[in-house]
Ligand binder design. Structure first.
Ligand SMILES: O=C(O)[C@H](O)COP(=O)(O)O
Length: 185
């Protein structure tokens, strides 16, 4: 049987806002407890998170339960679409899945954001983790998953929930990973 290394890509639980310091809502805290419960038998040996409060709080109950340190990785922060808010931001975002190099003023292109997320995954794999949890944000997660499966795009981003979990399973002897959405559990 092919041996696999899994990276569970987790979108944070329900939060009060989108600022870096925005915290989880009461519902979000309950969701984080449920995440901890559902991952308790997954032999998690490595945890990496966006430094934003809502991401760290989403994984804190699991980290405590397993007695594992969470590594904070700036490369997992959310992609900034544009430096200024825009009423048609959804349409602008949609276009960035078709044109990966499209970069609005003060923003980051999809390809640049994808690259940093993929580097974070490569570091996890190079550390030899067998079952890792990676916590991040909606847009960045969709770009990370798109790198491994080009069918992922704007529609999949729209369908993401809080929390959400995709599993990337890498064959231990190399090759492309398989991708499976495992949340809602
Ligand atoms: O792309 C997104 O989903 C938005 O930027 C929201 O990000 P979030 O996952 O941190 O709420």
């Amino acid at each position: 049987m092919t041996q696999l290394r899994n990276i569970y890509v987790v979108r944070h639980c329900q939060a009060e806002g989108q600022a870096p310091e925005a915290r989880l809502t009461g519902i979000g805290m309950l969701q984080a407890a449920r995440l901890a419960e559902s991952f308790s038998d997954h032999a998690i040996d490595c945890m990496v998170s966006s430094p934003y409060a809502r991401a760290r709080q989403s994984i804190a109950p699991l980290a405590e339960r397993l007695g594992l340190e969470v590594t904070l990785d700036e490369r997992l922060t959310e992609r900034v679409l544009s430096g200024s808010p825009s009423p048609d931001w959804r349409e602008k975002l949609r276009l960035t899945y078709d044109d990966m190099g499209l970069c609005y003023d003060g923003g980051e292109s999809s390809s640049t954001a994808m690259k940093r997320a993929v580097q974070a995954v490569e570091d996890i794999l190079n550390q030899g983790c067998r079952n890792a949890v990676l916590v991040s944000h909606g847009n960045l997660i969709s770009l990370l998953l798109k790198y491994f499966d080009d069918r992922i795009g704007f529609k999949e981003w729209e369908a993401l929930t809080n929390p959400d979990v995709y599993r990337l399973s890498f064959p231990i002897d190399g090759g492309s990973p398989s991708l499976l959405r495992i949340w809602p559990a």
